[in-house]
Design a protein around this ligand. Structure first.
Ligand code: HEC
Length: 161
């Protein structure tokens, strides 16, 4: 049996996919340990990997690849659906960069989360089965998604990047 040659972009997307799976595995382990801090930080690490891949393609540092784009979008989609419940009361102390504002102004945090989710949903719509057709359509949906990182971190993360 011969193995089909694999493009470097596919490898990147597989690596990101693997990162996401590991994050989900880490989240699973943390669930057993009942530690929302570990879970939410693992999901943010997967988010950062998806954002780095997207940013690289948007800047032209990584050639555009539809499968890689789709991989990034689906990772962000999964995060957007699973992030909000990882900030239960009492999880504001310990090894966390979460700002006390999350618990002081939960409605504001939920608004940020809803905006992020809505922007990711638009990206998922454009993504379809095979990923956004070209770099321009990826750019149109991904730039608004990436703007959410800074705006949420400014208000709700102690490290404001
Ligand atoms: C709705 C709010 C929100 C959005 C949107 C968001 N983040 Fe975060 N992020 C947080 C919070 C809160 C923390 C701190 C979590 C903690 O330490 O418990 C965090 C932490 C992180 C971390 C550190 C994780 C760790 O291992 O400690 C990274 C990296 C990160 N975010 C990247 C991103 C990127 C990239 C995006 C955009 C694609 C993004 N975030 C979008 C709220 C958000």
């Amino acid at each position: 049996m011969s193995k089909a040659p694999r493009s470097p972009f596919l490898s990147i997307s597989l690596a990101v996919g693997l990162g996401a799976s590991l994050a989900v595995a880490a989240a699973g382990a943390a669930l057993a340990a009942d530690d929302p801090l570990v879970q939410r930080q693992a999901l943010m690490d997967a988010t950062a990997a998806a954002a780095a891949l997207s940013g690289g393609m948007l800047k032209g540092e990584i050639p555009y690849d539809r499968t890689a784009a789709k991989s990034a979008i689906t990772t962000l989609w999964a995060v957007s659906r699973n992030y909000g419940h990882l900030f239960p009361p009492g999880s504001d102390t310990g090894k966390t960069e979460a700002s006390p504002n999350i618990w002081k102004d939960r409605a504001g945090f939920d608004r940020h989360l809803a905006k992020f989710t809505a922007d990711v949903d638009k990206a998922k719509d454009v993504s379809g089965k095979d990923g956004p057709t070209d770099l321009d359509s990826f750019k149109t949906v991904m730039n608004p998604v990436l703007a959410n990182c800074k705006s949420c971190h400014e208000d709700y993360r102690l490290t404001k990047k």
